[in-house]
Design a protein around this ligand. Sequence first.
Ligand code: FAD
Length: 504
Amino acid sequence: MSQKILIVGAGPGGLSTAMRLASAGYEVSIYEAADRVGGRMRGLSVGDYHFDTGPTILQVPRVYEELFATCGLNFYDYVTLTRLDPNTRIKFWDNTHLDLSSDLASFKQQLATFGADLPEAFDRWYIEHLRKDVIGYGPYLGSPVRSPLGYLKPAEIAAALPFRPWETLYQHFERFFPDERLVYAMGYQAKYLGMHPTACSSVFSLVTFLEFHYGIWHPKGGFRALAGGLARAAQDLGVQIHLNSPVRQVVVEEGKARGLLLADGSRVMADAVVINADFGHAVQNLLPAHARGPYTDRKLDKMEFSCSTFMLYLGVDRRWEDLPHHQLYLSENIRRHDPMWAKSAVLDEENPSFYVCNPTIVDPANAPEGHSTLFVLVPIPNLRHGVDWSTKQAPYRERILRQMAKLGYEDIERHIVAEQCYTAESWRDEHRTHLGAVFNLIHSWNQLGPLRPHIRHNGAKNLYWIGGAVHPGSGLLTILEAAKSAAHFIGEDLPTLQRTAHLV
Ligand SMILES: Cc1cc2nc3c(=O)[nH]c(=O)nc-3n(C[C@H](O)[C@H](O)[C@H](O)COP(=O)(O)OP(=O)(O)OC[C@H]3O[C@@H](n4cnc5c(N)ncnc54)[C@H](O)[C@@H]3O)c2cc1C
């Protein structure tokens, strides 16, 4: 008889782990609190305007192709991808802009207008990263985490040292590009990790490279359609998905996860449980006190969580065909390195940096004819830093709407016909996210690799974590890699007869 595994949450982590486990012969059921799959990427609608809620940038399609192929499926039977060009337009504090693009010839032409020797510097950077990809992706990003001692392999250390992992991302890019605009343009991906480039290790320049090398993609129908594709694939593999089924507690008896207690009072029993719900939220709300392991309230208070995001989801009565899909405004304040700013602990009320996604230009079905949807994201402090959103929300919305003119969205307020706003409190209350910290635990050295929570929970047997809190990190790409590791660890602990080449 196959072993039964229950998963709490149908976010990307839960869905991709379910696919791998089902294809390896486990009987898998997901219990999801919301009425839709997708977690932070489940999307929302206001009337006829349909929005992505979280991710808008899809990197490295190969990772999705591999997930589906491992399960005997074809990714493109479930999801259609469109490649974007430019990848992202960055508008700087001095009103200049740079289009990051995977068309390297045109990108280098732009670089030449910033400085005659920059195209050559870019070539050096790119060639270094072709090597960094080989040395860094497989053994670190794409493999199950090892024990701390497992990383002390002389050959690997010798291979990594030329890349100067001790440098910050800021120092790394400054070494190649002596123009601060480029340092921030190339290092903005640090925000995905919930960090400032001056606080983040240069190992993450690999993420910048992956975007140049493999491009940036948009799933047709938005990321909510990607979530739908993952869910359909899971169901085709036999996974049962129960929506509107909040879990009240993981049942742990005699040191082992035995099943779930649902909010309606019923119990479902199983051989193992995987928690995809947000880590901090689940530790405090879903684990019995005796099974929390090292994650006491005191320990959680010491762990560092990412920034949150202020969101405006705007339905507007016109289109901006001339503006790119992804645009980022970097204000003068991005250059502040003092610790409170670098930690995203300060709400920038003067001149915030922000991002706008304009998906209707490639995906017109998300709004009525001639109209569009806009997704506006502003990094803000998480709830540890005490911003009173009951008084701040309305003036902050006004500030951001005015700020949007800097990216070409002039007079936006006049065009708004539908709207939804999120603060850090919405992420906490509607998405059950600890402190509203949307990018989960930050990726500082003391919270990387073996120092992040392990997929195998160390407060109870047969209990596992999947999602942004575990190695290798908090974006979709890394969560899909973590799902591979989750299937690996579960396969070691609870082997099935069918467990053959399917796993890892
Ligand atoms: C604004 C924003 C922008 C982002 N942009 C990008 C991007 O461009 N590219 C990228 O790669 N990543 C991006 N991310 C990150 C990405 O969205 C997340 O890393 C990813 O969605 C997290 O997936 P997850 O599986 O860990 O958890 P989640 O998506 O949080 O899913 C967890 C699920 O568990 C469910 N759950 C919680 N508690 C319970 C319970 N008690 N019972 C049952 N179910 C429960 C929740 O309802 C949810 O469905 C962004 C995130 C945000 C918020």
